[in-house]
Design a protein around this ligand. Sequence first.
Ligand SMILES: Nc1ncnc2c1ncn2[C@@H]1O[C@H](COP(=O)(O)OP(=O)(O)OP(=O)(O)O)[C@@H](O)[C@H]1O
Ligand SMILES: [Mg+2]
Length: 504
Amino acid sequence: MPTEPGPSGAPPVLEVRGVRKTFGGVVALDGVGLALRPGVVHCLAGENGCGKSTLIKIISGVEPADAGEMLIDGEPVGRMTPTLALRAGIQVIYQDFSLFPNLTVAENIVLPAAIAARSKLYRARRLRPSAERIVGELGLSLDLDAEVGRLSVADRQLTAICRALVQDARVIFMDEPTTALTHSEVERLFGLVRRLQERGVALVFVSHKLEEVLSVSQEVTVLRSGRRVAHGAASEFDVRSLTEAMTGRQVDDSRVVVPVDPESAPLLRVDALTLPGAFSGITFDLRAGEVLGLTGLLGSGRGEIAEALFGVVQAESGTVELAGARVRPGSIRSSIAAGFGYVPEDRLTQGLFLDKPISDNIIASSLGEHARGRIFLSAGRTAETISRLFERLRIKAPSVAAPVRSLSGGNAQRVVLAKWLATHPRVLILNGPTVGVDVGSKEEILQILREAATVGMGIIMISDDVPELVSICHRVLIVRRGEVVGEFTEDAIETHRIQEVMAA
Ligand SMILES: Nc1ncnc2c1ncn2[C@@H]1O[C@H](COP(=O)(O)OP(=O)(O)OP(=O)(O)O)[C@@H](O)[C@H]1O
Ligand SMILES: [Mg+2]
């Protein structure tokens, strides 16, 4: 089969054909092909669980394929292994970056290269000039001596990219690299991507932020249920057609808000909540059935406010009242008992027991209640709750017995949501609830939240996805430098108006 011509016209540096992979009974990839050309950014798109990460793992030798061929510079490769992939210049930047937090930026950049070269670890120091060179060439302002554990997510990201480059990457896969970046950091990353392109690197970009990924890519491949369903030049796609290719349907993201009784007493009252250095004088009410959006740039304090309400961090002063009773958010346990639920931002480290089955994860927080005798859950009711939420959230897995580790990113996010819905909180606080969730599923999740609100749950949604807030919120508060600087209600809730105040 002749190789399809790509936008750059150059022959592919890497090509796979007919890749097939199953996990137990689940077909993750069913005859997928992908050709990557030097200097071309390739967008790999598709719904949660369609097989994107699996394809990357196969190409980088982390997972063996059941069938298929791989060619590097037109030459067939027998069995791909991580060592072979490295030698061929294939680098993957995973979402957790796989960095060593206790080492410095420079050490992190050169260490894998040192290991690959079988040089002793202490010789990593001698490789420092190559770290300096790469950081300089890319025009980055990274402090080479800073400990990685202390860096911002964006700088960790850049460190991971430098590490890939110092090993002479010819192909770089970026699996959802922008989820934790601010707008200007995304710009910085894209500038870097363009420079890599000029150097002839082939890049693959996986992201659920479709507008963003289309703006940086020249070629697009869409997977659906493990099959390639669309392929072409990025210029042939827009967000709408890409969404349709991914989901097979049109996704309606219009604003749907069920009115709340303006006369009803507030369910939650937050008054002058203050934590010096993070936020101050935070005051707002939330009614039953209301969805309140809390937005602001990264570092604005929006996340800390959520954490203080839930008891993850302690506010220094101010009061919180839930249904007329004063709550002292002191610990997570007492917050749950008071009626709060919290979907954290960093689901992989804060939200889930990865090696436990989906079922255990769904009831994990409710069981805490059970243990203290507040709610008695019979085995039958527990099983029913689990299967209801499993179905309702359409978690893609063979059964509730599957470990969370085997789920795709977006499906793991649904488990976190299921877990908190199972506790029947009176107020559910969500921090970035649809980060990493595909467009179609995002609308489904928002609909589930709307329904929860309709039956009286109060919802506080922290997000920088403004269209998402517009689609679901009754009110939106803008946080800047730890203070509420703007409030939008009902008709005034509009994407570009909110974005203007956020950026001001
Ligand atoms: N180690 C594993 N064991 C069992 N099933 C797996 C394993 N890894 C992946 N799968 C399954 O293979 C399918 C594809 O998963 P994959 O992680 O490739 O999806 P994805 O396209 O990256 O999704 P997302 O956008 O949510 O990250 C899913 O059904 C997933 O549950
Ligand atoms: Mg993935």
